[in-house]
Ligand binder design. Sequence first.
Ligand code: SF4
Length: 361
Amino acid sequence: MTKFSTHLTNWYRNNARDLPWRNTRNPYQIWISEVILQQTRINQGLAYYLRFVDRFPTIDLLANADQQEILLLWQGLGYYSRARNMHEAAKQVLKIYDGVFPSTYDQIIKLKGVGEYTAAAIASIAFGEPKVVVDGNVLRFLSRLHGYTQPVNSARGKTAIREIAEKLLQDAEPAIFNQALMEFGALYCVPRNPDCINCIFSNSCQALALGIVNDLPVKSKKIVVKKRFLNYLFLYYYNENNQIIFFIQQRGKGDIWHGLFDLPLIEDDKCYDFDTLTTSEYWNENISSHEPVISTTYKDFTHQLTHQQLNTRFFTVKLENYNPLLTKKEWVEVTFENHKQYPTSRLIENYLTIIIPSLMK
Ligand code: SF4
């Protein structure tokens, strides 16, 4: 082992956080944890992980599950394609490997939604394959340690950092080395104000010696954020039992939140005012025949995704004379009691938690 890896793995053994996926070599559980934690902080991801492995303790149970139930368990985590891909990958494992999780990097990376990082993490942690993992924490830590001043989010930068990690790995135990590298970046070499004074690598850290700790890692060009304008309609009526019934619809393929449910929606190049809404084609075709009464107020929310800014406006519309024969076929009728059976985005969930109590008064 290199001096560095000995130092690092010793540090890890004494300082690592005690997390459930660190006490197992079960590739299925490691896979679940890696996917959940890809875009999620540990504090938030932990509860989801525990719920997920409790409900689906084995890969065949996940493969045979209903996708709606998986999305419901995932609700609030965002990046829902991760959950859909996991479902597909579980089916692949059942079909190709008879339900036994594949044991090599080359096999694992062929599973749906599994990229280099996740495949390396599972192969090294569960099976001891000498593959290095390079996540954001590793990029930051190693770029500072080695004074790497080129953009780390380019293919070239990632390759350069991976090569550094591979040299450092040498004869170390891959499972411990990789987790230690990520943990050190997460706990010590943090994005802002890293604890360089107490860092065990401060004597060899190039960024510290050059006084460029806060300039690293370098990242090239900003993400282009697309602005979208979504006019949502909370359409409701009272049934014969005086219950409030409202409508949701499932989102289709090729867009954010595929498979989740949201409210009837008009997307355009702006958020509508009342006139624009009530003279729109959508309104005339789908709503006007139900004798709608629109609330005099609406709610606005801005919802930020990685590549998109969603500017949303929610209108509340009571259907005074609801006619089921004229209902759009995509609309699903739900009550306040049963709408939680349907997975929704955090945006819709937040809105419903506001609107529902106000209408129940
Ligand atoms: S000295 Fe500071 S910048 Fe360098 S590795 Fe340690 S924590 Fe990171």
